[in-house]
Design a protein around this ligand. Structure first.
Ligand code: ADE
Length: 250
């Protein structure tokens, strides 16, 4: 990695990392602060995209075109749509799709028009590295990183790392019925969020290797708004910090 672009949607998903950077400089562009510097020895640009596919796409295009990042990592939280996947588990995306893309009857449902594909694969090497970092974090750092009270609250007994399909759309999924519909459309789907597949499309178009790693904050059901708020308030940034630190080899 010659220059890493590190993106999260919300401050709560990235706090700690900017403080860990050295020689920082902040450049404001398109209503976002891009913080450049060294993160555990790696030349890095940290930025918050805000929520949604357009916000993520604009942020990533700027990282690539103006900040010349060589790799992009998106960290944050997601809702689980697979019963095996629990709050506190980590999902690393092998590929991503936009579940709200629908240009039928002009193009097949979910296919991004004129790109001829619905699924965008993450960079294998970077994704392997993040999967390894996530496993190291869960097995070695979790107990120190998360206070026992929070581990009890979220029942973080022995969280696991999953790898597979993440789907994105401009919608917060908070009902069992919506979740079921998404699972029917994408049978192998592990988690849903609101940015990853937009990052994936832009990185595909620019030929920039990327990876998306998400901690499960909720079950994409009727309780998800409450669970999401509680999770990002207390533990989301600790996961992101711990995983990225391991990814940097620390
Ligand atoms: N991010 C975290 N939880 C989510 C949910 N339930 N729906 C969409 N994005 C999310």
């Amino acid at each position: 990695i010659t220059r890493l672009g590190l993106v999260s949607a919300l401050r709560e998903e990235q706090s700690g990392l900017i403080e860990a950077m050295q020689d920082t400089q902040t450049v404001t562009r398109g209503m976002r602060d891009y913080v450049t510097g060294k993160l555990w020895g790696i030349d890095t640009v940290c930025v918050l995209s805000r929520i949604g596919k357009v916000a993520a796409a604009a942020t990533v295009a700027t990282l690539i075109e103006r900040f010349n990042v060589s790799h992009i990592v998106f960290t944050g939280v997601a809702g689980a749509v697979e019963s095996d996947v629990q709050v506190g588990d980590i999902v690393v995306a092998d590929s991503l799709a936009q579940y709200d893309m629908d240009a039928t009857p002009l193009f097949p449902r979910y296919e991004v028009p004129l790109l001829g594909q619905s699924h965008f694969g993450s960079d294998k090497h970077l994704t392997d590295r993040l999967t390894e970092a996530a496993n190291q974090f869960l097995s070695g750092d979790l107990e120190n990183a998360i206070p026992s009270q929070d581990r009890d609250t979220f029942r973080l007994a022995s969280p696991r790392v999953f790898r597979g399909l993440i789907a994105s759309g401009d919608e917060f999924i908070d009902s069992q019925a919506r979740q079921l519909a998404l699972k029917e459309a994408f049978p192998s789907l592990l988690a849903v969020e609101m940015e990853g597949a937009a990052v994936a499309q832009v990185c595909f178009e620019f030929g920039v290797p990327f990876s998306v790693i998400r901690t499960i904050s909720d079950g994409a059901n009727e309780a998800s708004a409450h669970d999401f708020m509680q999770f990002i308030d207390s533990v989301a940034s600790r996961y992101a910090f711990g995983i990225v630190k391991r990814m940097c080899g620390m």
